[in-house]
Design a protein around this ligand. Structure first.
Ligand SMILES: Cc1cc2nc3c(=O)[nH]c(=O)nc-3n(C[C@H](O)[C@H](O)[C@H](O)COP(=O)(O)OP(=O)(O)OC[C@H]3O[C@@H](n4cnc5c(N)ncnc54)[C@H](O)[C@@H]3O)c2cc1C
Length: 456
């Protein structure tokens, strides 16, 4: 039987396609990485269907690329060696929200927007950590790539918020991770060997997550935004460190963009929140005083009249901080997400400007501070998707900013395949060897998202 017919037998003809147009759409993302070529697009609805699809693929050596919202931008969902794109969006049920034990149990295709709206309507005192990604991005895809949301500066990155997982291995077996492997409660993934690590950060190369439990957090009644402005880039590490030391910020990010001219400074945007108005006033005055007295009060100024439109943008959940302006008028966008230690911010800042200018780009940064010890430093590049030369320029800028990230002792977040290779080349060989062994154990036929994390 043909693979197509076997897939039809599993999911029905309306949830599998080998149509050229659909395969075209599933063969690329909006980043600068080259397209692949999907052979089949499959949209499972149940865990049993995922099991059967993986068993089929494993027995016939057909590559499988899991897809959430497809918004990670770095080619991680591009089927590099053909095969099946497994689009998880039909597995979109929110199965349980447990306020008392603070978790939401969802299927893997639930989008950020759907969970946010569901909580707003049914559990308005709670929220989840929401990335700034478009709302069609999936909660699971984001947690699996160690993404970060609007409360990450306070509570940690979104993979830290996983309380349990159900995963289908390439062989079709189901594994449950955390308390849900003992009982129907999905509130914690410890204390036991942390098997979530076999799937988090692997870009779908070790299995397909079908359910995820995610921590939820209190949603304070009051939120306000404060902005500070400076050109003293060399003082940013100390400023970041002091803001985080006070431990009163819900969200904290830095932005800078060369155009328009008024944006060409470092802006520190601090979101404070609280259950009581008095709490907010106290936090605001603490941050104002911090910078009033910082290095004699000169270098970092409070922005008194933040434009209401900007204020709204920053207070939205998620905040619209990304300045992914379509400078090239062609809709392409990709960024190096450099996870850097705080002390390296000025060096990255200066090197980033050099790279942008070398490739004739407008420099544009957004950095979110993650729990005080690191920064997600975004070197953003927009490009014209219709212009091969422009795409190539973006690729070269990405390559340079990936290299700079590693030179500065940083980590590359959700790196495209060439970036992954750079990381593997720099990595301690024993660590790379362990990655290779774990991968061979879980995916002996190498069917899962091939091309990613390939240790030579
Ligand atoms: C304007 C903009 C702003 C952004 N801001 C943020 C931000 O603030 N924070 C942030 O974290 N990200 C941000 N992003 C990046 C990205 O969009 C998000 O991280 C997004 O949540 C990724 O989720 P996704 O569902 O699109 O993942 P996908 O791109 O679909 O998948 C990501 C990876 O996970 C794998 N995968 C997906 N689902 C499964 C599954 N069920 N089982 C196994 N593997 C799976 C895929 O194969 C792929 O390797 C932003 C992107 C844009 C365009």
């Amino acid at each position: 039987m043909s693979a197509y017919q076997a897939l039809v037998d599993i999911v029905g003809s309306d949830r599998v396609s080998e149509d050229l147009v659909e395969r075209y759409l599933y063969s690329r993302d909006s980043g600068a990485q080259p397209a692949g070529q999907a052979d089949y697009v499959v949209l499972p609805k149940t865990v049993e269907e995922v099991q059967q699809v993986l068993r089929l693929a494993n027995s016939r050596n057909i590559p499988v690329t899991p897809l959430g919202g497809g918004l990670s931008l770095s080619g991680l969902v591009v089927p590099r060696r053909g095969g099946i794109v497994l689009d998880m969006k039909r597995m979109d049920r929110i199965l349980e929200v447990d306020e008392m034990n603070r978790y939401a149990l969802i299927e893997a295709g639930v989008s950020q927007g759907a969970l946010r709206e569901y909580l707003k309507q049914h559990h308005p005192r709670f929220q989840h950590s929401t990335p700034e990604a478009p709302p069609t991005a999936t909660v699971t895809g984001n947690a699996l790539i160690q993404g970060h949301g609007h409360i990450s500066p306070r509570y940690g990155v979104n993979s830290d918020m996983i309380g349990g997982m159900e995963v289908v291995l390439p062989t079709g077996e189901i594994t449950r991770i955390g308390s849900c492997s003992l009982d129907e409660k999905w509130f914690t993934k410890g204390p036991m060997p942390d098997l979530a690590g076999l799937f988090v950060g692997w870009y779908g190369t070790t299995g397909v997550a079908t359910k995820l439990s995610l921590k939820i957090f209190p949603k304070p009644a009051f939120r306000e935004v404060m902005a500070f402005q400076t050109d003293a880039v060399d003082l940013l590490p100390e400023a970041i460190s002091e803001v985080m030391y006070l431990d009163m910020a819900e969200d904290f990010f830095l932005i800078m963009q060369e155009k328009p001219d008024w944006m060409n400074h470092a802006f520190l945007v601090v979101i404070v929140s609280g259950h009581f108005k008095e709490e907010i006033e106290l936090k605001k005055s603490a941050y104002k005083n911090l910078f009033k007295n910082f290095h004699g009060g000169q270098p970092i100024g409070f922005v008194r009249d933040l434009h209401p439109a900007l204020e709204k943008r920053f207070l939205d959940v998620p905040p619209l901080a990304a300045l992914a302006a379509d400078f090239r008028e062609g809709g392409g966008f990709q960024y190096t997400g450099a996870i850097l230690s705080v002390d390296q911010v000025p060096a990255a800042w200066h090197r980033g400007i050099e790279i942008a200018h070398q490739y004739d780009m407008i420099c544009s940064y957004v950095h979110q501070v993650l729990q005080g010890n690191s920064v997600m430093f975004g070197f953003n590049y927009s490009f014209n998707r219709g212009d091969e030369k422009d795409i190539e320029r973006a690729r070269m800028a990405l390559e340079d900013s990936n290299r700079v990230t590693l030179e500065l002792g940083g980590m590359i977040w959700k790196g495209e395949r060439p970036a992954q290779q750079m990381v593997l080349e720099k990595m301690d060989p024993n660590t790379a060897g362990l990655i290779k062994r774990v991968k061979a154990l879980l995916d002996p036929n190498g069917i899962m998202n091939p091309g990613n994390w390939e240790v030579p």
